[in-house]
Ligand binder design. Structure first.
Ligand SMILES: [Fe+2]
Ligand SMILES: [Fe+2]
Length: 177
């Protein structure tokens, strides 16, 4: 059973848990920077992979089948993904545990929290209500294959650069049924 919406929601839950784990690791008197760096490394990688997987697998189908202004939902989502990517990229330039690094992590977290809430009640709900169940399953299988191919631990070979939202929507709106 591979339901792309469930799989996306599972990632969202995991993101929230990992940011909370960073809070826990930070709250002690002498934070373990190696542990903080390890949690962040996995989290940052997955944030980038998750956005790319959605852009490859989910949003093209939302644009095709959504009925709640999918173009607007997608424009918002790609812009939000860029904000998340910017936070991840900013953190990569800073020393783990420094104030500037925590600021960048906070930037990614804030952008991601805001985005997940919107995505859940906009794109994900639109897709659930208007896409055939068989397609949602098929996309879930594609999602599973995507993460198997990237083994979930590396963004090697993945384009983690910001995307132009207008251009993305234009390029993926050609086959609307
Ligand atoms: Fe998402
Ligand atoms: Fe997203």
């Amino acid at each position: 059973m591979a339901d792309v919406i469930d799989l996306i929601l599972k990632d969202h839950t995991w993101f929230r848990e990992q940011f909370a784990e960073l809070d826990r690791l930070r709250a002690v008197e002498q934070p373990d920077l190696d542990a903080i760096g390890a949690v962040w490394s996995a989290l940052a990688t997955k944030l980038d992979l998750h956005a790319d997987a959605e852009e490859e697998i989910f949003y093209p189908q939302l644009l095709r089948l959504g009925e709640e202004d999918p173009q607007e939902e997608t424009l918002d989502a790609i812009g939000d993904h860029n904000d998340i990517r910017d936070g991840v990229a900013a953190a990569a330039q800073k020393k783990v545990g420094s104030d500037a690094w925590w600021d960048a992590v906070h930037q990614a977290r804030e952008a991601n929290d805001e985005h997940m809430g919107e995505e859940e009640h906009e794109g994900l709900a639109d897709m659930r209500l208007h896409a055939p169940a068989a397609l949602i399953e098929e996309l879930g299988r594609a999602w599973t294959i995507y993460f198997a191919q990237h083994d979930g631990t590396t963004t090697d070979g993945v384009d983690t650069s910001d995307k132009d939202p207008e251009q993305y929507v234009a390029e993926h709106s050609t086959d609307r049924r």
